[in-house]
Design a protein around this ligand. Structure first.
Ligand code: GUN
Ligand code: ZN
Length: 428
């Protein structure tokens, strides 16, 4: 055995950014790729690769689409069991559904059960990397990393920090948030495929002292990611203004406490002031678009076209369980629909890029994941572009690859996911 596997299909990868220039020409299609030692080692026509790697085990996917596994840049794995909870906007939704559920993660056994359930669900949907919030309980992060490590998965996660405006039992302090986050960071960051993310939930649930303590931790570990929420709903922004009267705007509550930087991921970022947009772009921070969440919780319409045109770094995410799906296909469909409502439809190449390269770039991992190219880690999804009768009959009329892919983006679900590879192993 050479330890090599040759995958045959339609291999989709990106040579360029489809937001710069003609979207359809940013991608390339090859007939096959070879994986070995957990990485993609070659790419080309099936005939060439068979000739170059005669000992490789061959897995023939016919005309299925082989591409990088999806990268979901903003999720709350602890909200798995409360996804699709009815009838509330952000603050009420947090108080009614989210905080009571997150309280249950005081039990490490429950955290372990949900971590496994969450990773089963996301894998079934073709997602191979996520950037997740935990709860305030350090054991929620231990549970998530333990399960991801067992599966050989590249994930990022952190302990959610909140020291006010959250119920008894779901609050830490500035000092314990710093101490617990640091201990988790030292325990997990860089171990196998795991990365620690410093995680203040959002300005309303942290005192200025807590934001400052986490800003100090980030300054001590600037290679770590930092994730939080920014300008999701107008009520929330008004609340932030009342809690931080001297702040110039919402972003300033982070900036003033050392929580604005190039390794920062800012979830939602819908209702931004011009100064906020300028600062986010200047520092090279990442904005994370969570379209099913934004429609489900009623937050607003993210300005993808405008933000991309001004050079922002943008990732795509489900925001489980504020988002209403575990599927990045459904998430791409929602991003398309929001683009339509703004008069700026996204091309299928742009949607696929956002769900892979874009999110990997947001997580500063584009040199390892997010593209089916030689040298990258072998995290792949194999998509059946005719997974249901409705999709199949539309795809049958496709004139090119993008017309063939778009019905699966708009109507596909976990039935479209024929196979998933994580670190070079077929797992689903
Ligand atoms: N803002 C603060 N916490 C949350 C959360 O858990 N979900 C969403 N969608 N927004 C938030
Ligand atoms: Zn969120």
């Amino acid at each position: 055995m050479s330890g090599k596997t040759l995958l045959i299909g339609q291999v989709l990868s990106f040579d360029n950014d489809p937001f710069q220039g003609a979207p359809a020409r940013a991608a390339r299609l090859d007939g096959a790729l070879v994986i070995a030692g957990g990485r993609i080692v070659d790419r080309g026509s099936a005939a060439d690769l068979r000739a170059r790697h005669p000992q490789a085990r061959v897995v023939d996917h016919g005309d299925r689409l082989i591409m990088a596994g999806f990268v979901d840049a903003h999720v709350h794995y602890p909200q798995t069991a409360i996804i699709a909870s009815w009838g509330k906007r952000l603050i009420d939704w947090l108080n009614t559904y989210t905080f009571p559920e997150e309280m249950a993660f005081a039990d490490p056994a429950y955290a372990a059960e949900i971590a496994a359930r969450y990773l089963d669900l996301t894998t079934a949907n073709g997602t191979t990397t996520v950037c997740s919030y935990g709860t305030i309980h350090p054991a929620s992060v231990d549970a998530f990393f333990t399960e991801a490590q067992r599966r050989g998965q590249r994930v990022a996660a952190g302990k959610t920090c909140m020291d006010r405006n959250a119920p008894e039992g779901l609050r830490d302090t500035a000092q314990s948030a710093y101490d617990d986050s640091r201990a988790l960071l030292e325990k997990w960051h860089g171990l196998d495929r795991l990365s620690y993310v410093i995680t203040p939930r959002f300005s309303p649930t942290s005192t200025p002292e807590q934001l400052g303590a986490l800003g100090a931790l980030w300054a001590e570990h600037p290679d770590c990611l930092m994730q939080t929420h920014l300008s999701e709903q107008t009520d929330e922004i008004a609340w932030v203004k009342s809690l931080y009267p001297s702040a110039r705007d919402y972003l300033d509550t982070y900036e003033a406490h050392g929580l604005l930087g190039p390794n920062g991921l800012y979830g939602h970022a819908i209702h931004l002031e011009p100064r906020e947009r300028d600062r986010l772009r200047e520092v090279g921070a990442a904005l994370i678009h969570c379209p099913t969440s934004n429609t489900f919780i009623g937050s607003g319409l993210f300005d993808m076209a405008g933000l991309m045109a001004e050079g922002q770094r943008i990732g795509l995410a489900t925001d489980t369980g504020g988002g209403s799906s575990f599927s990045m296909l459904r998430t791409m469909a929602a991003a398309y629909e929001i683009g339509q409502l703004r008069g700026t439809p996204l091309h299928p190449a742009q949607l696929m890029w956002l769900a892979t390269v874009g999110s990997a770039r947001a997580m500063r991992m584009e040199d390892r994941i997010g593209n089916a190219a030689p040298g990258m880690e072998a995290d792949l999804v194999v998509l059946d572009l005719a997974s249901t009768p409705a999709i199949a009959q539309r795809a049958a009329r496709a004139g090119d690859i993008w017309e063939a892919v778009f019905p699966t983006i708009m109507m596909g679900d976990d039935r479209a996911v024929a196979q998933v590879w994580i670190g070079g192993r077929a797992v689903a």
